[in-house]
Ligand binder design. Structure first.
Ligand code: NAD
Ligand code: ZN
Length: 361
């Protein structure tokens, strides 16, 4: 069995690759009554594969409809009430089976249920495999901002099986590829070259390529998490593409653009800013732009630049009133800057709009 893992605060979180066998589930569940929060689409599509965990007598299953609206405190309370009423105890294990939304709210439920119970992440989207299931950031949205209520609560294990990706819609694969493109720029030449050569296979869900790229992404994310569990320093580099990306998502009401698409646009915009500030060579900017152009879809959805600017100043990444950007200075190199001129941001957004990634209003 292929097992990776990461070490935080003295504990090791094993990551089981390409294995979602019933033996593994029963081993992780132990002898206690287990709690399950499962994405409703996954529950429908993988009933027999997951039968050990969702149909067994000792399991309490909550089926969950994943959406940003449902990633809320009131939904978390509903889930907590359900598990309390079903006699889930402190030594029970909670299995979170689904994409990043299911993983985030389930991890939050696990963090606060009787002051914290163990949970196992079973990511079923590409984004959740390469990103959200690793690192223990859990939480829900608040009307005043996305992911504003949450905790750091590490899973006790992660089960990562790319067979779940067979039913994942193409736009969701694209979404995960946004985070992968971010890793490619962050990590250096080998990863970027691999993605440049294999992006078509990734988008077409070639299983071997997906397995390979999930593993490569996990290796990178785990390095950042191990060095900086609570995102006090270097883990912030993972926000590359996200200052602009989150602002686009927020300005469009988390509706028209997927998170990973926004990260792709953010990658180009932030690289443009870096080039403008003369800390990134134009040839490297062109290379990042080319990669994103191949992966991303052309969109003419309207985004308000003014609203984006307002959202940027509300972001969690703001420190001492200054908007912080993670800017690439080369392939495999970034810096954090809080002195980006508004004009650079506007120019970058005009550039991505002229390139057909979105429209400005
Ligand atoms: N905690 C973190 O560190 C972290 C990091 C990145 C993103 N996130 C969060 O992750 C969330 C996005 O996650 P996501 O993109 O996985 O979204 P998601 O959980 O909504 O899943 C996307 C869609 O795919 C469906 N789905 C899931 N698995 C499927 C499968 N195997 N087959 C068919 N359909 C399937 C879901 O029902 C949903 O409609 C955001 O809320 C974001 O804030 C968290
Ligand atoms: Zn992201």
């Amino acid at each position: 069995m292929k097992v990776l893992g990461y070490r935080v605060s003295g504990a090791r979180v094993p990551i089981y690759l390409e294995n979602s066998s019933s033996t593994l589930f029963s081993q992780l569940r132990g002898s206690q009554k287990a709690a399950v929060i499962i994405d409703s689409k996954v529950a429908g599509a993988y009933k027999s594969l997951l039968s050990e965990i969702i149909s067994s007598d000792g399991t309490v299953v909550a089926t969950y409809q994943a959406s940003e609206q449902n990633k809320s405190l009131s939904k978390a309370e509903e889930l907590l009430t359900f598990f309390l009423s079903k006699n889930i105890k402190r030594d029970s294990v909670l299995f979170a089976i689904g994409g990043g939304i299911t993983g985030d709210i389930s991890g939050f439920v696990a963090a606060v249920f009787q002051r914290g119970i163990s949970y196992v992440q079973v990511p079923t989207t590409l984004l959740a495999m390469v990103d959200s299931s690793i690192g223990g950031k859990v939480g829900v949205n608040h009307p005043l901002g996305k992911n504003m209520i949450g905790a750091f609560h590490q899973p006790s294990a992660i089960i990562m099986d790319t067979q779940f990706l067979e039913t994942l819609p193409k736009e969701e694969i694209l979404c995960g590829t946004g985070e992968i493109a971010k890793y490619a720029v962050l990590s250096g030449e080998p990863f970027l070259e691999f993605l440049e050569k294999n992006y078509v296979k990734v988008l077409n869900r070639d299983r071997r390529t997906l397995s390979r790229i999930v593993r490569m992404s996990v290796e990178i994310k785990k390095r950042y998490v191990e060095r900086d569990v609570r995102e006090a320093g270097i883990r912030a580099h993972l926000n590359l593409g996200h200052t602009v990306g989150h602002a686009i998502e927020a300005a469009t009401g988390y509706g028209s653009f997927k998170h990973g698409e926004c990260v792709l646009i953010g990658l180009v915009a932030e690289s443009h800013i870096a080039m403008h500030m003369k800390i990134l060579r134009p040839s490297t900017f062109e290379r990042i732009l080319e990669m994103v152009r191949r992966i991303a879809r052309q969109r003419n959805e309207k985004v308000s630049l003014d609203e984006m600017m307002v959202h940027m100043s509300f972001d969690k990444k703001v420190k001492a009133g200054k908007v912080r950007f993670v800017l690439p200075t080369g392939i495999g190199r970034v810096v954090i800057r809080d002195d980006v001129a508004t004009k650079s941001i506007i120019d970058a957004m005009k550039f991505v709009a002229a390139d057909g990634m979105l429209a400005l209003k």
